[in-house]
Design a binder for this molecule. Structure first.
Ligand SMILES: *[C@@H]1O[C@H](CO)[C@@H](O)[C@H](O)[C@H]1NC(C)=O
Ligand SMILES: *[C@@H]1O[C@H](CO)[C@@H](O)[C@H](O)[C@H]1NC(C)=O
Ligand SMILES: *[C@@H]1O[C@H](CO)[C@@H](O)[C@H](O)[C@H]1NC(C)=O
Ligand SMILES: *[C@@H]1O[C@H](CO)[C@@H](O)[C@H](O)[C@H]1NC(C)=O
Ligand SMILES: *[C@@H]1O[C@H](CO)[C@@H](O)[C@H](O)[C@H]1NC(C)=O
Ligand SMILES: *[C@@H]1O[C@H](CO)[C@@H](O)[C@H](O)[C@H]1NC(C)=O
Ligand SMILES: *[C@@H]1O[C@H](CO)[C@@H](O)[C@H](O)[C@H]1NC(C)=O
Ligand SMILES: *[C@@H]1O[C@H](CO)[C@@H](O)[C@H](O)[C@H]1NC(C)=O
Length: 671
């Protein structure tokens, strides 16, 4: 660190940190931030170092080679057309000021980059700001929240299983979201607080209609209402018909409250978002919910986590689940087929009623996920297989949940608030799932996905075909096994038949392959997607680093087959034509160099002139485990800054601009 940089850092270390709400029973912050020895920080769940043992190699061994026969001209059983933004993120409202930014003029550059990476592949990203903390969130005047913050938690008298504190937020949160949407194509979901219904507090709707406009695409009508009675928010008798009545009430109140002057919000509800805790989706459909509110429902929604870690997270007294014991449950295709089977009737029901069903909130396990599972490479394979299985199953999108420092499952974690000036972000396995799913599905919004029941339906080596206009364009291949001997590497022998005929008449002469890889399903951090990575803890500015590595596989033109190997563990995305790849890569990425977020006087904007195109131009990795060196495409780069570790240095310009993870380069340093 240069002396100059240190000088810049000092006044900022003195800033008061925002209190980070901690879950009891989980590691508290045991950090001495003032020491600036950031690397020794290990306290919070998000950086828990637990590493599990990979499950043993299956016995009998999986068949090492299998044929995949695809065909042109349409394939029975393929999914409904899927949008590029199929996988989005659900950001717990109480951490929005850690993840999105501090205010409308102070947006987290890594967040912008993470969204831009997805937009590059998918065209758009859907983000929900909500969760348990939305239910008691109150919009207050900015002056009511001290220290210029945009939200605060009221920690007085916090109760309940997830011990979610009531929130107060100002409309600056919504301005921040609106400003983000001017930089990246993020479209938003918000939730209506639902604990109190007489009257509903609809201020969030009025403000969102005014501030977010068309970038707001859905208002959640209740979050997990089937848990309301268990959590003491409704009487024990509360059931689906009561919920049906509350939706009627919210519509009546929206119409009379003045918070929905155009009537638009009354067409953008989504529900019932049940958590599979006592009510089935059918219990709700059978109330007539969808027909009664057809004109009001933009989406149908459910929420589902395959399991929970509440016993360990909150000392509920229930038996504590041992992560090592349940690790294998996440490393099989059956995890997804069995989880989703109960929803197939609902996805068919949604289709029959012209509606789209969203998996509105999900992740590896509720109450924060599991150490060693949710934050290891296995979860990247799990999340990607889950994403493609949801697409195959005719869901119309899914949101992976993002919590605070105190959870294991985050797709991405901003540094602890009072350390954000010298740490960078931590990118979890679930972000890789989302990124690769975006690339697999691509930006056309008409992609179809089909589970191929590959390798005789083997649970460890699933595969999918991905279609555009009825033609197979990409193939997604998984290998959940960890086997360093190489004996469990599998080979998919792909052939493409013309128009339903057998054989390989439409097999390409070569295919391109990108791999998602790590040495083991237990590996934590530094996974690679086509050779690029977001590194380990505190290592990322949201841009992939390293040189993109796309393999070319020559097909056997005599046999009309293309043989693609999938290492154990690993995932391969096979592009059946160069066009299939080009399309999935989408438009050139506009990512935001951490060198780039500067504030012009009084209004902070990202200047177009400093937007960088970045797809693998992030520079070589730091062998010591830091982030890669600075991207080479940013304007205003100063050679003297190259030796600095991104994340080690904070920069504030004389105009008062300040950005997380900002590196000392650019004009300000020159000055
Ligand atoms: C950072 O926050 C933690 C948790 O609130 C606190 O214990 C610690 O003292 C803070 N450090 C600084 C430098 O403010
Ligand atoms: C936004 O947040 C930054 C960082 O905390 C602060 O310097 C700036 O004054 C804030 N802007 C407004 C308008 O509150
Ligand atoms: C915080 O919550 C407590 C308990 O609900 C309430 O009595 C108090 O008024 C709240 N404080 C603020 C500042 O809203
Ligand atoms: C960002 O939000 C502020 C409100 O805080 C607004 O004045 C400004 O125009 C916005 N900037 C952009 C680029 O939308
Ligand atoms: C599918 O859902 C519909 C609507 O709720 C219900 O009437 C029907 O019984 C369900 N079918 C099955 C097989 O569960
Ligand atoms: C998805 O919908 C398509 C079109 O209706 C249908 O052919 C297919 O069987 C459905 N898939 C599943 C898994 O239900
Ligand atoms: C796909 O949908 C997104 C979100 O609505 C939209 O921004 C994008 O333009 C669409 N892409 C195409 C090719 O229609
Ligand atoms: C291609 O396939 C033919 C027919 O199956 C086989 O004889 C030949 O050895 C294969 N070529 C290569 C390079 O594997």
């Amino acid at each position: 660190m240069t002396p100059f940089a240190t000088l810049l850092l000092l006044p900022l270390l003195a800033r008061a940190g925002i209190t980070i709400y901690q879950a009891p029973g989980q590691a508290a912050f045991a950090t001495s931030a003032a020491s600036a020895n950031a690397a020794s920080y290990t306290g919070a769940a998000a950086y828990n170092p637990t590493t599990l043992t990979p499950p043993p190699v299956p016995s009998p061994a999986v068949p090492s080679s299998f044929a995949l026969q695809l065909q042109t001209g349409g394939t029975p059983g393929a999914s409904i057309p899927q949008p590029g933004d199929f996988i989005g993120f659900s950001i717990e409202m109480s951490v929005a000021n850690q993840v999105l930014g501090k205010n409308a003029t102070f947006i987290q550059v890594p967040f912008l980059n993470l969204m831009a990476n997805i937009q590059q592949r998918a065209g758009a990203v859907r983000v929900r700001v909500g969760g348990n903390s939305q239910e008691s969130a109150a919009l207050v005047a900015a002056s009511e929240i001290p220290d210029g913050k945009i939200l605060q938690k009221n920690l007085t008298g916090v109760t309940g299983t997830t011990q979610t504190p009531p929130l107060e937020f100002s409309d600056e949160l919504l301005y921040m979201m609106a400003n983000i949407s001017t930089l990246v194509n993020v479209r938003w979901f918000l939730g209506i607080p639902w604990f109190v219904t007489q009257p509903f507090d609809l201020a969030i709707v009025g403000a969102a209609e005014r501030i977010l406009g068309d970038t707001l695409i859905g208002y959640q009508a209740a979050n997990e209402p089937d848990l309301y009675n268990a959590h003491g928010h409704r009487p024990a008798t509360y059931g689906p018909f009561d919920y049906f009545g509350e939706v009627s009430d919210v519509l009546t109140q929206l119409a009379s409250s003045g918070n929905d002057p155009s009537g638009r919000a009354r067409t953008l509800l989504l529900g019932p978002s049940i958590a599979d805790a006592g009510w089935t989706p059918e219990d709700v459909w059978n109330t007539g919910f969808v027909d009664a509110y057809s004109g009001n429902l933009a989406f149908l929604s459910v929420e589902k986590y395959p399991t929970d870690n509440c016993a360990a997270a909150f000392n509920t007294g229930a038996p504590i689940i041992d992560p090592q014991t349940v690790f294998p449950n996440f490393l099989t295709h059956k995890a997804h087929t069995s989880l989703l089977q109960p929803y197939l009737n609902s996805t068919a029901f949604a289709q029959a009623h012209g509606k789209k069903l969203l998996m509105f909130e999900t992740n590896t396990a509720s109450c924060g996920g599991f150490p060693g599972i949710s934050d290891a490479f296995g979860a990247a394979l799990w999340g990607l297989d889950y994403a493609l299985q949801m697409a195959h199953s005719n869901f119309s999108g899914a949101m992976f949940h993002v919590g605070g420092q105190n959870v294991f499952y985050n797709p991405f974690t901003s540094p602890p608030t009072n350390q954000s000036t010298f740490h960078q972000w931590t990118i979890g396995p679930i972000y890789y799932s989302a990124l690769v799913a975006a690339e697999a599905i691509g930006p056309s919004n008409t992609t179809q996905v089909l589970d191929l029941n590959a390798n005789g339906g083997n649970e460890f080596t699933p595969g999918y075909a991905i279609y555009e206009a009825g033609e197979p364009v990409r193939v997604a291949l998984f290998n959940y096994i960890t086997d360093p001997t190489g004996a469990s590497t599998v080979t998919a022998v792909i052939s493409v038949a013309q128009g339903g005929a057998g054989g390989g008449g439409a097999t390409p002469t070569q295919v391109k392959v990108k791999y998602l890889q790590a040495t083991s399903v237990s590996q934590k951090g530094s996974y690679t997607w086509a050779g690029q990575t977001f590194g380990g803890n505190f290592a990322s500015d949201g841009r992939p680093t390293g040189t993109e590595d796309v393999q070319t596989v020559a097909c056997n033109t005599t046999a009309q087959t293309c043989s693609v190997t999938v290492p154990a563990p690993g995932f391969a995305l096979v592009f059946l034509s160069d066009g299939a790849q080009t399309e999935a890569r989408g438009a050139p990425s506009t990512t935001f160099a951490t060198t780039a977020l500067t504030k012009t006087q009084n209004t902070a904007t990202v200047e177009a002139s400093v937007l960088a195109t970045s797809n693998g131009h992030g520079g070589p990795s730091d062998p010591l485990g830091g982030a890669g060196v600075l991207g080479s495409t940013s304007k205003g780069r100063v050679s003297g800054a190259v030796g600095l570790r991104p994340g080690a240095v904070l920069f504030a310009s004389s105009l008062g601009a300040l950005a997380f993870g900002m590196v000392v380069v650019g004009r300000a340093v020159v000055r």
